[in-house]
Structures are given as C-alpha cells and as structure tokens.
Design a protein around this ligand. Structure first.
Ligand SMILES: NC(=O)c1ccc[n+]([C@@H]2O[C@H](COP(=O)([O-])OP(=O)(O)OC[C@H]3O[C@@H](n4cnc5c(N)ncnc54)[C@H](O)[C@@H]3O)[C@@H](O)[C@H]2O)c1
Ligand SMILES: O=C(O)[C@H](O)[C@H](O)COP(=O)(O)O
Length: 374
C-alpha cells in the first residue's frame, strides 16, 4: 500500500509506517504526477484535494483530512470517483474552545469586563461550539446557542436566532464554510451585520475566514467604526488582507486548533479509518506518543476565584503572545505560512495538573478540563 501524507501531520510516521510504503510531502510542492501511485492520501487543510491534484491517481482507495474543516476537499469529485473520504471531526474542538477562553480573559482585561456578567453567543453548536459551551458552563458564564441545522435535526438544547445572537456581549463563530443551501455561512458576517455591532461587543472568528467579510470589516474600520475583532482565520489564506491586521484587537495565524493534542488526534483518527478500511487491527494510540506533561500548577489562595481561573487559563495558553508575534511579523503570505508551520508546542488543559487544595472552586477547575493534582 502506498500512503502519501502531508508533512504537517504529527506522528504520521509513527502511526502509518507499518501499514505500507509511506511518502511524506509538502503542500507547497506536491504534484498530480507524484501522487499517481497513491492508495491512500492524507492531508491537512493546506492541501487542496481536487480533480487537478488527483488527475493521475488510478488506485486511490482513501482520502483523509486530519482536520475538522473539509472545504479544501472537493467531496463531490471524490464521490463521483467512488473514493471514500473521512475528516477528523472534533479532533481539535477542545483546542479551539481553549483559544476562545483565552481570548475572553484577554478581551475582558482590555474592556474592563467582569466575565461572569457577560453573555457569549455561540454560532455553530457542533464539536467546537459544544466544547466551548461545556467550558463556559464550568465557569458559570452565560451563553446562547445558534445552530439552525442542528435545531432542525431535533437537537434538544435551547437555541436562539441570529437577532438574539447580535445582542450578546461576545459572538463567537464555529460554523463550517457553507456556500449553498438553506443555511449558508459564507459572509454570514457581512458589512451590514458588522456595522450593527457596537464598540462594547466582541466578535471572534476561529472557523473559516470567508465567514466574515474582511474587506467589509476593513472599510468599516477606515470609516472610523470601532469593532472588537478577534481573528484567527482570514479570507483567502495565506494571502490575507494585510491592511486589516493592525485594526483587529487580537490576531493569530489560524492556530486556534493547533494544540499538539488537537493536531495529533487528527492523525490518530485517520489511522483508525485506514485500519478499518484495510481490516487491520488498530494497535497504536495517541497516548503512546504524546509527551507526558510534568507541569503542575497550583491555586493561589491570595487570589479570588476569577483571578485563579484567569491565571490557570493564561498560564497554559495566553493568546496575547501569539497576537504579539503575529502583529509584529506577518507581512506576506509566506510569513503567514511560516508562523503556522513553526507554531510552538501548545498543550491542552488536560495535560496540566492543578493542585487545588481546599479551593472552593475545585470542581470548576476540573470541569474546565485540567487534570487533578495531588
Ligand atoms: N481555527 C481553527 O484552527 C479551527 C479548528 C477547528 C475547526 N475549525 C473550523 O470550525 C468549523 C466548526 O468546527 P466543528 O468541529 O465544530 O464542526 P462541526 O461540524 O462539529 O460543527 C459545526 C456546526 O455548525 C452548524 N452550522 C452550519 N451552518 C450553520 C449556520 N448557518 N448557522 C449556525 N450554525 C450552522 C452545524 O449544524 C454544526 O452543528 C469547522 O468546519 C472548521 O472550518 C477551525
Ligand atoms: O479545520 C480545522 O481542523 C482547522 O482549521 C485546522 O486547525 C487547520 O489546520 P491546518 O490544516 O492548517 O494545519
């Protein structure tokens, strides 16, 4: 079996080496001819999988993306050719939820907020939206959910419409990029909707850049409109609109899902899918490879409950550092790609033990996802 995998998939060599002849490739240089003998093609979102890329493949039996988003894959074309496809749904939901939580603490400091008084509007209540819902519940922060497709499908949670979402203090977007159908998400936040936001609201986009009209946002900024935007994703990556960058409150290079766990879980999910397809027992698991985190944090009794929540969250992931590097260095498509490719190892809360002692809010700390200390 000839397996081609993208070089940004952590632990791909460890997972796939025994299954066949593995070839690692870069999205920058891969050609249709090189893939001619592929049986299995494994990518992340930087490789566009379409008729052009697969033009020479004759034996292709599986395409997988180790990501949640699938808009870089022409699924219709794969179906027409009868090639099974699988994504890694949910692999990085916790990572994105932790990114949003870090943004909330930093934005609360900037705006002089008490987070416990604010309401978060979650648009898209799938894997990421639900992971975020759980963390907000742990902290006792109010939220509203908007997800018409899930509501139609009979999800029993309580949902609101976009008009109610527009009243929330924070609006955070977690939808796939959908260009057609009953509930499209492309430019869901167009210039008209952006103009309705007031200067006390915060809008976070950590799903796909095309869900928010970047040119529209820039035009509003240039007209003097004050918007609090947190952008992890940008239209037309990696050729993003660099003029927009200095206007955003927090900006990052599409790394919300880039914890080591989030990325590696994607690889593991594709390993399981390939094993199933080839009816080989899946004997390897992520915990065989993930570095054991020895870091242990402690509650500080002299701080309030909310100060403790904040110090724990920011100790594990502080978006302000990523924002600082992004703002200082992003000046081209190449640099955008460079930041992503060289993103330092980031862990999820679950890798960090917290000693809570007799802290009254211990339950909340563990419900946030931290591991139990002594
Ligand atoms: N920035 C990152 O690193 C990162 C990481 C993970 C995912 N993502 C993006 O975020 C998206 C969501 O991820 P997920 O794992 O939660 O996916 P998911 O499929 O589990 O959930 C998406 C939810 O959005 C809902 N939805 C679709 N159209 C909608 C609309 N018009 N209005 C409201 N809700 C709508 C769906 O019903 C679904 O429940 C992915 O498709 C991907 O594009 C980005
Ligand atoms: O859709 C996803 O899973 C995320 O956007 C993911 O973080 C993309 O990561 P990349 O493929 O660019 O490494």
């Amino acid at each position: 079996m000839k397996i081609y995998y993208e070089d940004s998939m952590p632990y791909a060599a460890e997972f796939f080496a025994d299954l066949g002849d593995c070839q690692v490739f870069s999205h920058k240089s891969i050609t249709a001819k090189q893939l001619a003998d592929a049986d299995v093609l494994l990518v992340r979102s930087t490789t566009k999988v379409n008729a052009e890329l697969l033009a020479h493949t004759r034996n292709l039996k599986f395409v997988g993306t180790a990501t949640a988003g699938t808009n870089h894959v022409d699924k219709k074309y794969l179906t027409e050719r009868g090639i099974p496809f699988q994504s890694a749904a949910g692999c990085n939901a916790v990572a994105v939820a932790e990114y949003v939580l870090s943004s909330l603490f930093i934005m609360a400091n900037k705006l002089g907020w008490q987070l416990q008084d604010k309401t978060v509007g979650i648009v898209g209540a799938g894997h990421v939206g639900t992971a975020l819902q759980q963390k907000l519940t742990a902290l006792g922060i109010a939220y509203q959910l908007c997800d018409p497709p899930l509501q139609d499908a009979g999800d029993q949670r309580s949902f609101v419409d976009m008009d109610s979402i527009m009243q929330c203090d924070v609006i955070t977007l977690h939808v796939p990029l959908v260009t057609q159908g009953k509930y499209p998400t492309a430019k869901l936040f167009d210039a008209l909707r952006l103009a309705q936001l007031n200067e006390q609201q915060v809008l976070i986009n950590a799903c796909r850049g095309e869900v928010l009209d970047n040119a529209g946002a820039l035009a509003l900024f240039e007209q003097g409109k004050k918007l609090n935007l947190v952008l992890d994703v940008w239209e037309n990556e990696p050729n993003i609109n660099l003029d927009l960058v200095p206007h955003v409150a927090l900006g990052t290079a599409h790394i919300a899902g880039h914890t080591i766990e989030g990325k590696a879980r994607g690889t593991e999910m594709l390993y399981q899918a390939v094993c199933e397809l080839y009816q080989v027992p899946a004997t390897k698991k992520l915990s065989d490879y993930l570095p054991v985190e020895l870091h242990c944090l402690a509650i500080k009794p002299e701080l309030s409950a909310w100060q403790n929540f904040e110090q724990l969250v920011l100790e594990v992931y502080n978006i302000a550092s990523d924002n600082q590097e992004f703002m200082a260095t992003v000046n081209s498509a190449e640099q955008f790609g460079y930041i992503r490719k060289h993103y330092p190892i980031r862990r999820e809360f679950s890798a960090i033990k917290v000693n809570t002692g007799n802290f009254a809010q211990s339950k909340a700390i563990y419900a946030l996802g931290f591991a139990k200390g002594e």
